[in-house]
Every structure is written in C-alpha cells, then in structure tokens.
Design a protein around this ligand. Structure first.
Ligand SMILES: CC(C)(COP(=O)(O)OP(=O)(O)OC[C@H]1O[C@@H](n2cnc3c(N)ncnc32)[C@H](O)[C@@H]1OP(=O)(O)O)[C@@H](O)C(=O)NCCC(=O)NCCS
Length: 333
C-alpha cells in the first residue's frame, strides 16, 4: 500500500444531439410540462438515435475526449472500468467494447452494475488499483442508454430518463488530493420496487415477456422516492461526520440526478445551500451511471484545486453510495 490517493485528473462527457423535450412527451403520453418540472425538475433529456449504437458508443466518445484533453495515449491506460445498467450486450462487457473503439488494447476492462450508484461503486473499486500502486492511469466511465429500456407508453417512467456518458481519469496523488473516502451500500429489498424484469437468466426473453412489456424499467416511484431521500441524505451526512466536515466545508455536492426534490432533501440534510449543488437534471434527466461524471464535466471550470466534493448516489437494488473527493486541479492552473 502506498500513501497515494486516486485523484481525478481529467473529466469528459458526451450526450447525443437529439433533445426530447417535455412538449414532445406531451404528445406521446398523458403528461404536461408543469407536472414534470414541478415533480422532477426535468425539462429535456438527450436520446441516442441510430441503429446499432449502444451505451459503448457514448462511453467511447467520452473516453476519446478524455484522452485527448489530458494528452494521454491509449497505450498509457492500465485499466478501464465501465459503470452501466444498459450494456450493449449481456456479454462481452461494455468496457471491452469501449477499449476496442478507443484503441486501448491488452489491459483489463470490466463493467460494474450497480444501477444509478454505478459510478460511485466503480470509482471506489478503481481507486483501489491506484492506492495499492498496482496501476498508474485508470479510466472510469459511466455510460447508459436508458432510452433502450424505457417504455414510452408509461408516463410514470418515460419522463425521467435520458442517455449519456461521462469519463474520468484517475492518477496517483501524494499531496492529499483525490478520493479521500467512500462508502457503498446495498439492500436487496429494492427488487420489487425498481427493476427490469425480463431479459436476464431468471426470465429469459420470450414472446410473453415482450407482450407483457417486461424488458422495460419498472418503478414504484413513491417507494423508491422514500428510500432514495433517506439513504442518500443519511450516507452523505455519515461521510461528512466521519471526516469532520460541516456544511460550510463542502464546496460542492455532486448528487445523482434522479429527481430535483431528492437532491434538495439531501442538500438540506447536509447543511449545504443549493448554490453549491451541481444540477443538470433539467437538461439531461436521469442518465443513471453517467449523471455524476456529466455534472463534473458541466461544472469543471468552476472547480478549484482543494475543493471538497461530496458525491452521493442512489439506485436500483437498492444500492447507494457516497464519496469524499478533494479536487486535484483548477482548470486555469
Ligand atoms: C416518479 C416520481 C417523479 C413520481 O412523482 P410523485 O410525486 O411520487 O408522483 P406519484 O407517483 O405520487 O403520482 C401522483 C399523481 O401523478 C400522476 N402521474 C404520474 N406520472 C405522471 C406524469 N408523467 N404526468 C402527469 N401525471 C403523472 C399519477 O398517476 C398520480 O395520479 P393520481 O394521484 O391520480 O393517482 C417520483 O416518485 C420519483 O422521482 N421517484 C423516485 C425516482 C428515483 O429516485 N429513482 C431512483 C432510481 S435512479
């Protein structure tokens, strides 16, 4: 074990061009802009169009941009971890596909499946390889094409989700910057409340599973909402207490973007004002494993070296997690 921490040294995001607005959803299901905005905070989301394009397409675009921006050659990367709930295939994994598309060869790559907490899980896992000194440069990418598993006849879910990807580069830092702590948790009690029932080994695809629309996201919104508010707020408060942080010590809360009301409740519990909360749910909706890196990408220019960031996520499983990151660079330095 070294004293090194895994620092994020670059971030890049990718969202598809097509914008699905609330007005367009009004034509598809019985809903309206006022309901969607007041209940969720979402105004529009991006949708990946084009035959044969899956989550890997967006993940690869994010990783390509990341390597270019950080002047990193594909040969320098030691490991790629992809968080996704919408892999292109059951196998091979999406990280394998992304490596191939980007030209990263002969290194380990694998997926992490922890639904909307996927990025915090993947970051926690990937950082171990840096901290132990085993690897020097690790890419963590969150990529989800939620439109592939969204039922656009179900008004309770189709308003929520969007497509996107975000990637970060992790490198060792000996000066106290980087991922200083993280907590990941799960509770299988969530299964009936949030799932995609068919398509896996328990219920392989059949004509019946398709007729019953079981290849789409099912969500009991109210139950998930209750858990999400409690668990995201609890775990964020826990990591702050564990690390002696008060609300004023936190420069930015970086929350999973599932519902603006859940984010507000979490910030409130942490004693962090909303002007210190990264928010892009209004433009992208819930992009599952991509929400946190897409927030970092959007807010990167405002981040200063030494800022204390708290990541917080909650998702299907249930899974939830948090990370305490001391930001390692300012864009202008
Ligand atoms: C999905 C969610 C936005 C629904 O909001 P809500 O305030 O809980 O709304 P409810 O489910 O109580 O529904 C209230 C009413 O609005 C209706 N409604 C649901 N979707 C609607 C829509 N898109 N447009 C208009 N009305 C809608 C419901 O049918 C219900 O009508 P009723 O009172 O006549 O029965 C909210 O529950 C949520 O965000 N859940 C958690 C999502 C989440 O965190 N997921 C994490 C996984 S990543």
């Amino acid at each position: 074990m070294t004293h090194a921490k895994a620092a994020i040294t670059g971030v890049f995001g990718y969202v598809p061009d097509y914008i699905l607005t609330n007005a367009e959803l009004e034509k598809m299901v019985d809903t309206n802009d006022e309901w969607i905005v007041s209940r969720t905070g979402i105004r529009e989301r991006r949708i990946l169009k084009g035959e044969g394009k899956g989550s890997s397409h967006m993940g690869a675009e994010a990783v390509k941009g990341l390597l270019e921006k950080t002047n990193t050659a594909p040969e320098e990367i030691d490991l790629v971890v992809c968080a996704t709930t919408t892999p292109d295939y059951i196998f091979p994994c999406t990280a394998n596909l992304i490596c191939d598309m980007v030209g990263i060869r002969n290194v380990g790559s694998f997926d992490v499946q922890a639904a909307c907490s996927g990025f915090v899980y993947a970051l926690t896992l990937a950082s171990q390889f840096i901290e132990t000194g085993k690897y020097k440069k690790v890419v963590v990418v969150g990529a989800d094409k939620m439109s592939a598993i969204t039922d656009y006849t179900d008004r309770t879910t189709c308003i929520l989700f969007g497509d996107g990807a975000g990637a970060v580069l992790l490198e060792a830092n000996e000066e106290g910057y980087g991922l200083l702590d993280s907590i990941i948790r799960s509770d299988g009690v969530g299964l009936p409340h949030l799932n995609q029932k068919a398509g896996g080994s328990r219920y392989p695809p059949t004509h019946e599973t398709i007729d019953q629309r079981q290849h789409y996201v099912f969500q009991d919104g109210q139950q998930v909402f209750k858990f999400a508010v409690k668990k995201m707020a609890d775990i964020s408060a826990e990591i702050m207490e564990k690390n002696g942080l008060a609300g004023d010590d936190v420069a930015w809360l970086v929350p999973h973007q599932a519902n603006k009301r859940i984010i507000e409740a979490t910030a409130n519990r942490m004693g962090v004002s909303m002007d210190k909360v990264m928010l892009n749910i209004q433009r992208y909706g819930n992009t599952t494993a991509a929400t946190i890196p897409l927030c970092l990408w959007d807010y990167e220019s405002q981040l200063k070296k030494g800022d204390n960031l708290i990541f917080a996520a909650f998702g299907g499983g249930f899974t939830w997690g948090t990370a305490y990151v001391k930001w390692a660079y300012s864009v202008d330095s």
